[in-house]
Design a protein around this ligand. Sequence first.
Ligand code: NOJ
Length: 732
Amino acid sequence: MKDKQSQWLNPVIEAKIDALLGQMTLLEKAGQLTQLGASIVGGFDFNAFLENPDPEMLKNVRRDFHEDWIKQGTVGSYLGVQGAEEINRLQKIALEESRLGIPLIFGLDVIHGYRTIFPIPLAEVCSWEPELARKTAEVAAREAAAAGLHWTFAPMMDIARDARWGRIAEGAGEDPCLGSAFAAARVRGFQGDDLTDPQHMAACAKHYIGYGAAVAGRDYNTVEMALQTLHEVYLPPFAAAVDAGVATFMSAFNDLNGVPTSANRYTLTEVLRDRLGFNGFVVSDSNSIGELVMHGYASDRKDAGKKALLAGVDMDMVTESFRFDIPELVEAGVVPLNVVDTAVRRILRVKFMLGLFDQPYRSNSAIETAAQLRPDHLELAREAARRSIVLLKNEAGILPLNKTLKTIAVIGPLADSPADMLGSWSFTGSAQDAVSILSGIQSATGAEVLYAQGCAADGKQPADFSEAVEIAKKSDVVIAVVGETARMSGEAASRQDIGLPGHQEALLKAIWQTGVPLVVVLSNGRPLALPWVAQNAGAVLETWQLGVQAGPAVADVLFGAFNPAGKLAATFPYAVGQVPIYYNRPLTGRPASDFWFTSKYLDGPVEPLYPFGFGLSYTQFAYSDLIVTPGAETITIQAAITNTGSLAGEEVVQLYLRDVTASRVRPIKELKGFQKILLAPGESRTVTFILNVADIGFYDPEMNYVVEPGLFNVWVGTNSAEGLQGEFWINH
Ligand code: NOJ
């Protein structure tokens, strides 16, 4: 567990840090703990603005970089500065004009690409290929590092079980096993094997922790959960990131069981440091230290800074409490100097690991320009995009589209909207680089393509479907591209209704009335509740927000150049009233049945519209011959998978487990492994999973991981709701 992190304790580096600490003044130490934003710098009272958002206040925002502070050595990091030249200019001031010449570390949100925007993270997870995510993170790092950056605030690894929460788009969905695999892969992609390599950058595991469990799916809202749930469901991706050697963590905005996570000693110190052995540094979220006051957890900024630092936050993102208040608190004997020294040490450690002392200028504008949108980056963007697509329905084999079609109608507000293909957190990208779904289709077919927008995505304009209906009637098939704009998911983008926004469902109904075969292409940042679409469309393709190569990737799938193989990383509900809905929920004593007094709804189903792990292919797979072989330390589980269709195809084979009787109520099923295999038509392959007995336990009330003897059920299948079932016993 601690191997990758132990490389962080290099005696040579630690000795250099000792020497520096010996020379630093208290103000310089507080400066190292300080990250300034490039656009909102100093003097802006964000809390007052939150309470009373008076636009007049924005006039007082300073938009300089506070170069005087760099010269004084009282700033350690910047957020939001872009461009190799500008970063080098500021770095030069730090190196040449500050007393100790300690380099600055520059960070930015490089979430799913820098200039080459890849699919949103949730989409990419639907590939179930962590290696793909490693590659896209590596390219994102290459482009961003060429732009002078040292550090990305990614990967985001918050488990999310509630699709109302807009930030579900940024993470890996609802499952800790899948989420852990992607967290580790993305960390490896951003960081590479050696952080001194100027084509890589430090990663940041965020948002620590529980942020995705905001009550009612409302962003920044309170979080309450049992500690067992925290350890079993929400923590594993973060633990996997630590194991993968992640350099930094970001604390979150939310409180957890009453204690804000940016001042939570239990999570930041007892769990992260003492249990997981993390040796990098923790940055707060943007102003999350200042917001301890809004939480009612600190009396003022100084009190907030004290609580955050003592709990285990090392760097203050934009509140400036560490810079202004910590020296005073140390002098007053309220904060011990060794706490400050420890935080400074962790930050300097990351700067040394990045090689910033030896190679402070890691790029220049020529390298920056040459690195962006390289042909190999675009090729990977297309590959990642088509691998992220999930085929949800394909009645009577309507897809792939027949090559003999003469006229195709492409309808919908997201069909010709390159900017929306980029999704949230794509401000370093450009809509001009993105290929719309309409253009992708036009380039891929010889058929006549008719286009109508149909309606606006947000319902702000009155609905007039006449043109759309008109072109539908003239066509052999309609491809309706509907869903959410980029701004409808992401931060501060929670929704109460997770159906199609505005008039889009009405548009689909009007088109459907024509009787022309209807293919619905969804483009959205969260699972949607779409029972009408699922029931009535001929085919449904979930394409999320696929990035710059959205158009070609969607066309590849529509016309059969690529056989879709994605599987959902988050459950799709029938209705918003079902959320939070997730497959690995604990067993109830009264599972739904026809009997009145059971766990169900009066007005809708219990089961989801599409379960976790679900996704179709243009071919079919049959599962057979499950063999379970328990051993003392491992259990071997095998099943044969056969491609029974007429096309080559990939299948994600999923392994689920249930602890049948335990001293704590256990989930209905938990994903324990997955493998993606490619099978030629008629080909059959035996897939083997090896489960470690040590890994099939759970946390007891003292947070010890225990494996209890007894009966276990096991499933190998194509999604979380289907599969061959077997069992085994664990005897101690
Ligand atoms: C707030 C967001 O919560 C976080 O994810 C992001 O990294 C910071 N802002 C910095 O932009």
